[in-house]
Design a protein around this ligand. Structure first.
Ligand SMILES: [Zn+2]
Ligand SMILES: [Zn+2]
Length: 195
């Protein structure tokens, strides 16, 4: 990945040819991001990670790091690494995605990355931290349902969500409906703790 300094160090005027190349790189990067998310949907997480990584390189090279689409790539990278069980790498990329998305005022997107990061902690068996991450940044007013394929692409106030009753004492995970809870049970039951 190009570093921030290597991208911003070049202050010489941009030629028309370079400008066109930059636009083409950014368009290609967007295509790679879309393809990467589709591959992840098919369970091809290593391929998804590779494309997200390449897309991120192109985006940083063409528009720099301070762009919402860069945060999309960090989130995608983190998601793929989460599914691959590479939790430390996932945590770093998801934290970066959250920082950028919060800075850009993308509440729903930030809440999605926050939910992904909560699942890192869930997989580590740390339900208390998972709960904290779900409630941080947007606060209780801007949480997403913990089911990845929730049909509602929106945030919810905390009091409209239902907690898993088995981990009720730690109240670490929240859903918009019983349907979403049932759908996510196959994943969550490995980490659900009666406490
Ligand atoms: Zn839901
Ligand atoms: Zn549970």
């Amino acid at each position: 990945m190009l570093s921030f300094s290597s991208v911003t160090a070049n202050t010489s005027p941009v030629t028309a040819e370079q400008f066109q190349q930059t636009g083409e790189d950014f368009t290609l990067a967007g295509d790679l991001t879309n393809q990467a998310y589709q591959l992840a949907r098919l369970g091809r997480y290593e391929d998804a990670e590779r494309l997200h990584s390449r897309s991120l390189q192109l985006k940083v090279g063409s528009v720099g790091r301070q762009h919402p689409s860069v945060a999309t790539s960090y989130n995608g990278l983190g998601e793929a690494q989460l599914k691959l069980g590479r939790l430390d790498e996932a945590e770093v990329n998801l934290r970066t995605a959250i920082t950028f998305r919060e800075a850009f005022g993308q509440r729903f997107e930030a809440a999605c990355s926050k939910e992904n990061l909560a699942q890192v902690y869930e997989m580590r068996g740390d339900l208390a931290q998972a709960k904290d991450f779900r409630k941080q940044w947007g606060g209780k007013e801007f949480m997403v349902c913990s089911h990845y394929d929730c049909p509602h692409s929106t945030t919810f106030p905390f009091n409209e969500l239902r907690a898993c009753s088995r981990c009720k004492v730690s109240t670490s995970i929240y859903y918009c409906s019983i349907d979403c809870q049932v759908c996510d049970w196959k994943r969550h039951k490995r980490y659900c703790k009666e406490q």
